[in-house]
Each structure stands twice: as C-alpha cells, then as structure tokens.
Design a protein around this ligand. Structure first.
Ligand code: SAM
Length: 315
C-alpha cells in the first residue's frame, strides 16, 4: 500500500473524516486534550498551533502567549455522531469552568486527512527496542532495535497514547519468545505487530470495530507478519486457545465486563496486561480481575494512565 493511498473501510470505500477543532486558552488545554483523546480516533489529538517546537511522544513546546488550537478526528461512520455529541457535551461542561471556544466541526476528505497525518506523525521510540515508523520516513535500526512500520491511513496524531506505550513496554518485558498471544482490541494492530516482531509464535488480533480490523490487517501486511498474525472482527469469543500473553488495551468498563473470561484463556504461566485504565478506576478494575482468579504481578503508570500485569492465581 503506497503513501498516496487513503484509509478505506472494510468494503474498500474511502473514509471521510470529521474534524473537531477548538481554541482553548492555556488553562483549558490539558482538559481539552483529555476530552479529545477519550473520544477521538485512536485517542489521538493534534495541537495545531502555536507550537514552538515538537518533541517526541506528542510533547510540545507551546507559545504560552497565544490561544491553542486543538483538533481531534472521528471516522465518519455510525458511531461518529455519538463521539461528536460526547465531545461537544464535555466541552460545554468544561466551558463552565474554563474558557474554550465554540467547537468547529467539519467533514474533511481522505486526502486532507492523509496530509494532516503525514505532517504530524514522527518516528517514535517505545520501550527499550521498539521503533514505530510511519511508512514515508526512513529509519536505519540501531543495535537490536525492532522497527514497526505503520500504515499511513491507520491513526492520526503525534505520538502514541500512553496506554499503547504502557502495553508496548509490558510486551517487551513479559512476553517470551514463542508465546501464543492475543491482542484484544487491536486497533491499528500495533501491539500485535510488536508481539510478532519480538518473537511470538502466533498472534490473534481482534477488534469489534471493522475500521480497526481493516487497519490492523494492513499493518500486518505492511510488516510482513501475516504468517504469524491473524486479524478477526470480534472480541474475546474469538479466542479459542490458551494464551501465554494477552494484551487488552480497552477502557476500564470493558475490562471489568470481560474479567470473568480471562483466566479461562490464559496458559498457567501466562501474562495478561490490561491498559486503558485511568488512575481513579484502578481499584475497581483490579478488584474485578482479582475476584476472577488473577493476581497482579506488576503495575506500570504514565501520567494518570495505569496498566496492570497479571497472572493466574493458581499459575
Ligand atoms: N491496541 C491498540 C493500542 O494499544 O493502541 C488500540 C487500543 S484502543 C484503546 C481500543 C480498541 O479496542 C479499539 O479499537 C476498540 O474498537 C476496541 N474494542 C472496544 N471494545 C472492545 C471489545 N469488547 N472487544 C474487542 N475490541 C474492543
């Protein structure tokens, strides 16, 4: 797939995107980012201006004397209106405390979306060895680095979300070579690609969102790992093996809902990493998992996002 191509849905049609843009003053920036990253596609947020310098991992140096223009993108499908409603509602509530402008919502073509993507996506280093590289940039791996090439139409923004980075870190630390793995809620397929490239024997990647499934399939193809990774539309019901490593970067409520199922599909020495948990929901999620036969063996955190690594209690 070449760089000029655009993101397509699972029927091969080009996807239109909806851009939600808002101007916020310094006081409101963090809250707007939090709202946008919750509902925007792949959790990504773009700070359009006034950037003085752009660091890796989506860290920006912003000109503090000017208002900040922030955007999120939503793929136009039957979920998009719900996401837009949630964003506008949350911005309205925020505006009661801190001033934010009126959100500007507009449809953008696949071509404009692609241009914006290209402009905002750098090479990213994750964990000890992983390098996430957009297709149009060159990178020569150093020492034992492992490069994952991302499909240009797959996600948008600068840097990966902390929840993804926490999972990449956990995969590097806890996944053994020759593991049988499950990537539950695969999104772009980035975690499945990391598992395969770090030596997993086989990986099942599932997602309920057909747009994500198509993105993950192209990530698999692009990285030449189709012999190891199978991508399916669906959820935990597709998991029919005993997995040595499971990554579930999904929101807290879904992890809680699925928690009775994990131990049934984990091998005795297997690991589960659950991510996508905001600090305030940590105890609720941990309680639900421990009540269902699992024991936490590690916890990693970045800003207010937490990932828990668990094993079977009897394992
Ligand atoms: N794994 C990717 C990463 O770490 O960047 C994407 C994670 S994204 C936060 C969560 C993904 O989970 C979304 O693509 C969403 O469609 C999917 N998802 C949500 N609920 C799910 C469920 N019950 N079963 C499977 N996938 C689900």
């Amino acid at each position: 797939m070449g760089i000029e191509e655009t993101k397509q849905d699972n029927k091969g049609n080009d996807i239109n995107w909806i851009e939600i843009k808002v101007e916020a003053d310094r006081e409101a920036v963090d809250s707007v980012i939090e709202i946008f990253s919750r509902y925007g596609y792949q959790h990504t947020v773009v700070i359009q201006e006034p950037i003085v310098d752009e660091l890796s991992w989506g860290n920006y140096v912003i000109d503090t004397t000017k208002p900040v223009i922030i955007s999120a993108y939503v793929a136009e499908d039957h979920y998009s209106q719900q996401a837009i409603d949630e964003i506008t509602k949350s911005l309205w509530h925020l505006n009661q405390i801190r001033p934010v402008g009126v959100p500007q919502i507009r449809e953008i073509s696949p071509e404009d979306w692609m241009d914006a993507w290209k402009a905002h996506y750098p090479i990213i280093h994750a964990g000890e060895r992983l390098v996430i590289k957009p297709a149009w940039l060159d990178y020569s791996p150093q020492n034992n680095e492992i490069v994952i090439e991302l499909d240009p139409g797959m996600a948008f923004g600068t840097g990966l979300h902390p929840t993804t980075r926490l999972c990449l870190d956990a995969i590097e630390r806890y996944m053994h070579e020759e593991s049988v793995c499950l990537d539950l809620g695969t999104g772009s397929g980035i975690l499945a690609a990391a598992m395969a490239k770090l030596g997993a024997k086989q990986v099942l990647a599932v997602d309920i969102d057909p747009v994500a499934v198509s993105a993950a399939k192209s990530t698999v193809e692009r990285n030449g790992i189709s012999d190891k990774v199978q991508v399916l539309e669906g959820s935990i019901e597709k998991a029919t093996a005993q997995y040595d490593f499971i990554a579930a970067n999904i929101i807290a409520s879904v992890i809680i809902e699925l928690s009775p199922r994990f131990q049934e599909i984990m091998s005795d020495e297997g690991y589960l990493v659950v991510s996508g948990i905001l600090e305030e929901r940590y105890y609720e999620v941990a309680l639900s998992l421990t009540a269902n036969g699992l024991k936490p063996v590690d916890l990693i955190q970045e800003s207010d996002w937490i990932a828990i690594i668990l094993q079977k209690r009897s394992g």
